[in-house]
Write a protein that binds this ligand. Structure first.
Ligand code: ZN
Length: 436
């Protein structure tokens, strides 16, 4: 007779496969799919999501979990972890009423379109009613999922299991106290020409070839992964042996192809590095988004912007782009590490980046607590930007409307970026201590 754990493992592999199939469709949607395909693709993805939800909440899964838990004395470490994580997923999935899930899917898909229009015209009023609906639904999600101290805990926990609002708040207090005075001091003595060497003509194909070669040197297995062009770079995985990174180039600006690709390569290395024993099931996923981000930020910032790295590779970069022959290694190093308060989070430098996250974290808390009205967010955003970074957006497109996350319902997601930054530094320091 098959052991319950073996049946559970095989059941969870089916669920995993459904999710990976959806990932293939999403990757294609965001890289090569012709725009005419968008309706049928949305239908296919909805069908897969429905099937996945049925599998993830089926009574049969509950029985397999019960039986596996009853025989947990016979399980090895990996099997016990599998049962623990699968149990957690199962309980979470079942806590949300299906009408709420359906309403969320609908509200966020409409909201995303409204957000695009609102951002294009810098018109907050177009998006505000949608965000009000999203916040109202996510308060319900938090109540269904349950939490100990703050409703935000429930949302944060979906991306960063076990993390609490109180913990994130104390982390931000420490970061803010250290970073704000540093940013002010740098802003006063800043030379705005610092990053000039990164602008000018750079052949896109050569940018991609350079970044791809570096990824290979870092251990990204090019037989188990690919790189393709997209508008908003991301990394996705169809399993540890087929990991897709995406990137974009600008013919007149070198930084995005370099650091964007380094970033996604870091995500890709994490996916390719998952232990084969954890493979086809919930243990084959990232442990948390913060951990995932720690790998991308480590390769992008701690390695990719470091002097030792460029001492080794700057000659190759100059060979690919002879216009850099007039830029010394020191000048280049300074260019890629320029610090300057700026409006847009995704373009922010390493130092100011976490302040952009802090701003969003505080706004999300106030939204869930109902201590700020959605219509007042643009003003709150401007006030906070001035306080944290000393600059004020000229309009809402470069202010409160800049990020896609809220329109997708991604409340509780932003702190994982800062957790990733902090973890990356801790991990690199530990690695340096172990192997100086
Ligand atoms: Zn990332």
């Amino acid at each position: 007779m098959a052991r319950p754990i073996d049946e559970l493992t095989s059941y969870l592999a089916t669920v995993y496969d459904l999710d990976r199939v959806a990932a293939v469709l999403t990757w294609d949607q965001r890289t090569y799919m012709p725009s005419g395909g968008s309706n049928s693709r949305a239908q296919q993805l909805t069908t897969l999501a429905k099937l996945g939800h049925q599998y993830k909440t089926a009574p049969e899964l509950g029985q397999l979990l019960d039986a596996s838990e009853a025989s947990s004395g016979d399980l090895d470490e990996v099997e016990r972890a599998l049962v623990r994580v699968a149990r957690r997923d199962f309980e979470q999935e079942r806590k949300l009423p299906s009408e709420l899930v359906t309403e969320l899917t609908h509200v966020t898909s409409v909201a995303n379109e409204a957000w695009q229009a609102a951002r294009a015209t810098a018109d907050w009023a177009l998006f505000a009613p949608h965000l009000e609906a999203i916040v109202r639904l996510y308060r319900q999600v938090a109540e269904h999922l349950g939490y100990r101290e703050h409703p935000y805990d429930a949302l944060l926990d979906q991306y960063e299991p076990g993390m609490t609002t109180a913990h994130v708040r104390s982390l931000f207090n420490e970061l803010q106290a250290g970073i704000v005075p540093l940013v002010q001091a740098i802003a006063q003595q800043h030379a705005t020409e610092d990053d000039k060497p990164l602008y000018g003509h750079f052949e896109p194909a050569a940018q991609l070839a350079f970044a791809w070669r570096i990824g290979g040197e870092w251990g990204f297995d090019q037989q188990r992964g690919r790189m393709d062009p997209t508008t908003h770079p991301f990394c996705t995985s169809f399993g540890r042996d087929d990991v897709r990174i995406t990137t974009r180039t600008f013919a007149d600006y070198l930084a995005p192809a370099l650091f964007g690709t380094f970033h996604e390569t870091g995500h890709g290395l994490y996916e390719q590095g998952i232990d084969t024993r954890l493979g086809r099931g919930p243990l084959g996923r990232a442990a948390s988004l913060g951990l995932h981000e720690s790998q991308s930020r480590m390769w992008e910032n701690l390695v990719g912007r470091s002097l030792p790295f460029w001492k080794r590779h700057y000659g190759e970069l100059q060979a690919a782009f002879p216009r850099l022959n007039d830029t010394s290694l020191q000048q280049f190093y300074k260019a890629i590490n320029a610090v300057q308060p700026s409006m847009i989070r995704v373009e922010a430098d390493e130092l100011t980046y976490n302040l952009h996250i802090l701003l969003r974290f505080e706004i999300e808390l106030q939204l869930l607590e109902d201590t700020v009205a959605v219509q007042d967010l643009p003003q709150l955003w401007r006030d906070q930007m001035e306080q944290l970074l000393g600059i004020v957006p000229r309009n809402d497109a470069e202010g409160v409307l800049q990020d896609v996350h809220w329109s997708h319902g991604g409340i509780g997601y932003f702190p994982t970026y800062t957790l990733g930054n902090v973890l990356s530094v801790q991990l690199l320091r530990a690695a340096e201590q172990e192997r100086p």
